[in-house]
Ligand binder design. Structure first.
Ligand code: UN1
Length: 514
């Protein structure tokens, strides 16, 4: 059910939530919000906005603390739900849920800071201050790959700073999202502060919510998803003079230099490429390998890839990755084989969909119960489409380069700039990479994935519009600064014009003093 103004609301049409690892296992039926219902949710959020912004920030913070405690209490059940619905491993689902708990810990105490500044005035008897003010109603649209963590990066700071919300979760994970919303409600949010509408994106709840920008019902929109949709949302927000939060795609480079600890680099590269079946925006897209170790890296990486365990993560907790989140992601991933062939890239490993007659030796269970993909490895070159385009699946390219300069230039030659990684023990190379890489996030001797919940998350170039989530940095996205001048002089004092600047005396010639 939708949650609008604290009430459960149904719709005339419905969609099904399925277990991503077993499409016959139906979790629940969810309503598809109509345009009128989305509008009602926005109006409800608007009506709740005044009281919520007047609630003292430490009190709002206390509710955020309650949300964290409620999620912690239900961590195991919620993680199992995420695994069943979305298909990531239980270990990863626990991480997904933990990231939301961490976010609550951070923002609970931010309710007791939310600092403004006192600023000296150039006039006597006058004080200057800055205050953070909430924006108003925030629309939040999220993807299915991190059904708890990524919504929490938006919802928790938006609430803490005094905004009210209409959230359209991914249609891939309605049950996990509904459970998360109910836990937030349980924690003490007043009715109407958090509203949740379910449904798809195009010509559905997602599109309707974006359309509310043009109806003047929103003051903020935050989106995690594809670069193509992000551009459309950015255009709609722009014509309404609203600054959107856009967290978009990535084709993230992982560089391995000749001096790297190869065991560590191989483990990081395998995880970055195939963890979550490559369905993270921070997954590695290109492994950029220094020429002297290329052959050895390739041999060992291929051997490790051939041993990867794949299957239903609830039934087989030992798997590295599970199914595609949905059929659409699978179909678009499948098309990359043609792209790679027409590029002239060399396919080293991988055969598309895993079936009963075509499966890697590490596959466990019934591959045709859902969409599972072969780990796929290409040998590619800079400039190829397969090198440029995000695949969003278990696919990785090996790209040979010679030396740090070529490695960095190659890494920078894609249109994205989300995460990046280098494996090296050479201090100068690590420093060069950190300085010159075009990316919002950089790991040294660690994988491209796995951002912690209190560092700024976001990208440059095609990966976003420069907004950041998490930690103190996300506060900029949900507040505006109010500058206040408080004049007790009792007269009209004109800044710049009536300022009593002191004129310098006759210049001292220090040389003449000697
Ligand atoms: C995403 O894929 O949208 O850094 C988010 C990471 C995770 C979040 C990924 N903490 O890989």
């Amino acid at each position: 059910m939708h949650l609008i103004g604290g009430a459960e609301v149904d719709s005339p049409t419905h969609f099904l939530s399925r277990n991503s690892s077993n499409l016959d296992d139906i979790l629940a039926e969810f309503p598809e919000a109509t345009r009128e219902q989305v509008r009602l949710a926005c109006q409800t959020a608007r009506n709740a906005a005044q009281a919520w912004r007047r609630t003292p920030a430490p009190v709002r913070g206390e509710i955020i603390g309650n949300i964290g405690a409620a999620i912690a209490r239900e961590k195991e059940a919620l993680s199992r739900l995420v695994t069943r619905e979305m298909g990531k491993t239980l270990k990863e689902a626990r991480g997904d849920v933990q990231e939301a708990i961490d976010t609550c810990h951070f923002f609970q105490s931010e309710g007791r800071r939310l600092y403004g500044q006192t600023v000296p005035s150039e006039m006597p008897n006058k004080d200057l201050f800055t205050y953070r003010r909430p924006l108003g109603v925030a629309a939040i649209i999220t993807a299915g790959n991190f059904p708890i963590a990524v919504p929490s990066w938006k919802i928790i700071p938006a609430l803490l700073t005094g905004n009210t919300i209409v959230w359209k979760p991914s249609e891939d994970c309605p049950v996990s999202s509904y459970a998360f919303a109910r836990l937030m409600e349980e924690a003490g949010l007043p009715a109407g502060v958090l509203n949740v509408v379910f449904g798809g994106g195009r010509e559905a709840a997602g599109q309707f919510l974006v359309d509310m920008l043009d109806e003047g019902l929103l003051n903020k929109i935050a989106f995690t998803g594809s670069t193509a949709v992000g551009r459309q949302i950015g255009a709609a927000a722009g014509r309404n003079l609203i600054h959107p939060t856009l967290e978009l795609g990535g084709k993230n480079p992982l560089v391995v230099m000749r001096d790297a600890d190869l065991d560590n680099a191989l483990a990081g590269a395998l995880w970055a490429s195939f963890g979550t079946g490559g369905q993270r925006c921070t997954s590695a897209g290109n492994l950029i390998i220094d020429a002297p170790i290329y052959t050895e890296f390739k041999r060992r990486f291929l051997a490790m890839a051939k041993d990867i365990k794949i299957g239903d993560p609830l039934a087989h907790p030992e798997v590295l990755y599970g199914p595609f989140i949905n059929e659409r992601f699978f179909k678009s991933w499948e098309r990359h084989y043609e792209v790679g062939q027409s590029d002239g890239a060399k396919l080293l490993y991988g055969k598309g969909r895993i079936t009963r007659t075509s499966k890697p030796r590490g596959f466990v269970g019934d591959p045709e119960a859902a969409y599972f993909g072969w780990p796929t490895i290409w040998e590619a070159r800079r400039g190829m489409k397969i090198f440029q385009n995000e695949c969003f699946g278990p696919t990785i390219n090996l790209v040979k380069v010679n030396g740090i300069d070529e490695a960095i230039e190659t890494a920078n030659s894609v249109d994205y700039g989300l995460s990046s990684a280098i494996y090296t023990n050479n201090r100068d190379w690590a420093w060069q990479f950190k300085e010159r890489i075009q990316a919002g996030m950089t790991s040294i001797n660690n994988s491209t994935t796995g951002a912690e919940a209190h560092l700024p998350f976001g990208g440059v170039k095609g990966s976003g519009n420069g907004t950041r989530e998490s930690g103190i940095w996300v506060l900029e996205s949900y507040t505006y600064w109010q500058a206040v001048n408080d004049d007790v002089s009792g007269k009209l004092q004109l800044a710049q014009m009536d300022t009593d600047y002191i004129t310098p005396r006759i210049a001292v010639d220090v040389a003449a003093l000697g």
